[in-house]
Design a protein around this ligand. Structure first.
Ligand SMILES: Cc1cc2nc3c(=O)[nH]c(=O)nc-3n(C[C@H](O)[C@H](O)[C@H](O)COP(=O)(O)OP(=O)(O)OC[C@H]3O[C@@H](n4cnc5c(N)ncnc54)[C@H](O)[C@@H]3O)c2cc1C
Ligand SMILES: NC(=O)c1ccc[n+]([C@@H]2O[C@H](COP(=O)([O-])OP(=O)(O)OC[C@H]3O[C@@H](n4cnc5c(N)ncnc54)[C@H](OP(=O)(O)O)[C@@H]3O)[C@@H](O)[C@H]2O)c1
Length: 423
């Protein structure tokens, strides 16, 4: 691997020991080696465009490898989760396990010869108007700090890049174990313990279920409302049915039908402390990014009283929690299933394309393309299927420009650029 030129970073005057290498990327720089980044890389490969993928972690799909619990399975059928140009193996079940999904992603990276540069975290990215290029600064433990210069920047850092840890009164005073759902692996070690699970999204529900299965006593905080849908209706995936209906029917009507189906299968949930939002499940997902829960067993435990549903938290103390209804619960542990957020605003210095919440401003289906060679993959709130669609569009868009320009430059001059991109 070679770099075109080496410069001294401006910051060196402040810290003379920190030299920053400057590297020209021939083709797009993809930030993030999760499913989205891999999908773009594979599609670029097919377009004949070289690229470089970098990731702050030491492996591909670090969310799946390092920050998910053991019992996790894809919650949508496999045909909605496969990446472009490589289906899941036939022998995989309809809902692959986390390890099967990781195996699939490893094979995907091997098949398309994607070899990301690991342990490099992007600290800042800025478009340099003067030269019409992106300047992307990274830092990492393994290498000295680097500045990548590139024509195209593909943001693939994910909707779930950072854990959300809310401010809860008294959390610092609590003497028991506190962890975020991203650190939770299984209920091993929680047997007989009273655990407060904060949050009732897919993580909160599944962690509560897992705790129950390991002999713990979970209480799950539901501070507002939640849509719970059966994962399947009459043996068919609810999501697949909804996707089919959306081809013919308006979203509001599909939402109504889903709620009737949910009522038939699950019954009324209000008496268990689970209030439904006024907005339908798909509309809420589109408007606010709030994912409905696909039930995989937690509801039966709630109905049986094995998972206690409790209202919002007033304050934690050293050994328990006071709830907003005045009830006090003694606790041994707290698990924060309080969700995730994008980290794009912390490093991308740009305000036309991305909002303050780290998601593109542009509405679907155009949320993948910004100005000046900036792209976003995996931010359409449509899960892995949405990421695959973004990836194909991005690769095609860059591929067209790449082919035009390489044809032109080959006619006029020999290609002198040396680069570190893969191809
Ligand atoms: C518990 C859990 C279960 C899920 N299950 C499903 C499911 O069944 N189906 C579904 O469709 N979706 C699911 N999701 C949503 C999930 O976000 C997607 O499946 C998928 O991981 C998105 O891929 P991604 O590549 O966009 O983001 P990620 O998988 O999050 O990958 C982003 C990558 O960017 C890297 N990165 C972040 N910031 C930087 C930086 N500053 N510099 C360098 N690298 C950086 C990270 O290390 C990471 O490797 C689940 C999410 C969670 C949390
Ligand atoms: N099997 C699977 O495939 C699977 C499993 C887990 C997760 N996922 C996916 O991963 C993504 C993240 O899911 P998630 O469940 O981790 O997060 P989430 O859907 O964002 O849910 C976060 C939950 O935390 C609650 N919360 C936040 N702050 C709180 C506070 N201070 N007090 C009380 N409650 C608080 C929220 O309540 P409010 O609604 O009131 O804000 C919400 O119930 C989703 O896309 C999800 O589908 C998939």
């Amino acid at each position: 691997m070679e770099h075109l030129f080496k410069t001294t970073d401006h910051d060196q005057s402040k810290n003379p020991t920190s030299a920053r290498r400057c590297i020209w990327v021939n083709g797009p720089l993809i930030v993030g080696a999760g499913p989205s980044g891999l999908a773009v890389a594979a599609c670029l490969k097919q377009q004949g465009v070289p690229f470089l993928v970098i990731d702050r972690a030491s492996c591909i799909a670090s969310l799946w490898q390092n920050r998910t619990y053991d019992r996790l399975k894809l919650h949508l059928p496999k045909q909605f989760c496969q990446l472009p140009n490589m289906p899941f193996p036939d022998h995989f079940p309809e809902y692959p396990t986390k390890n099967q999904f990781i195996d699939y992603l490893e094979s995907y990276a091997r098949k398309f010869e994607i070899n990301p540069q690991f342990n490099e975290s992007v600290a800042s990215a800025k478009y340099d108007e003067t030269c019409g290029l992106w300047r992307v600064k990274t830092c990492g433990p393994a290498r000295s700090d680097v500045e990548y210069i590139c024509r195209w920047l593909v943001v693939a850092t994910g909707e779930n890049a950072e854990c959300v840890v809310p401010e809860i009164d008294g959390l610092a005073r609590f003497d028991g174990q506190v962890q975020h759902a991203c650190e939770y692996k299984s209920g091993d070690g929680f047997k007989g313990k009273r655990v407060l699970v904060v949050g009732c999204g897919n993580s909160g529900m599944e962690v509560s279920l897992d705790l129950c299965n390991h002999g713990a006593f979970p209480s799950m905080v539901v501070r507002s409302s939640v849509h719970v849908l059966p994962r399947e209706f009459n043996g068919r995936s609810t999501f697949a049915l909804a996707s089919r209906m959306l081809k013919w029917l308006p979203l509001w009507l599909v939402d109504r039908i889903l709620l009737v189906m949910a009522w038939i299968v699950l019954g009324s949930l209000e008496k268990y402390g689970l209030k439904r939002p006024a907005t339908g499940p798909f509309e809420l997902k589109n408007k606010a990014g709030k994912t409905p829960v696909l039930d995989i067993g937690a509801l039966a435990k709630i109905k049986a009283g094995e998972i206690k549903v409790v209202p919002g938290i007033k304050e934690l103390s050293s050994n328990g929690v006071e709830l907003v209804n005045g009830e006090y619960l003694h606790l041994d542990a707290v698990i924060l299933a309080t969700g995730y957020r994008s980290n794009v605003p912390s490093w991308l210095h740009e305000s036309d394309f991305f909002c303050k919440n780290g998601f593109p401003k542009t509405a679907l289906p155009n949320s993948w393309k910004g100005q000046s060679g900036l792209y976003a993959v995996g931010f359409s709130r449509k899960g892995l299927a949405g990421a695959s669609m973004d990836a194909m569009k991005i690769a095609q868009d860059i591929g067209e420009v790449w082919r035009k320009e390489t044809r032109r430059s080959c006619k006029t001059t020999a290609c002198l650029r040396r680069c570190i991109s893969q191809f």
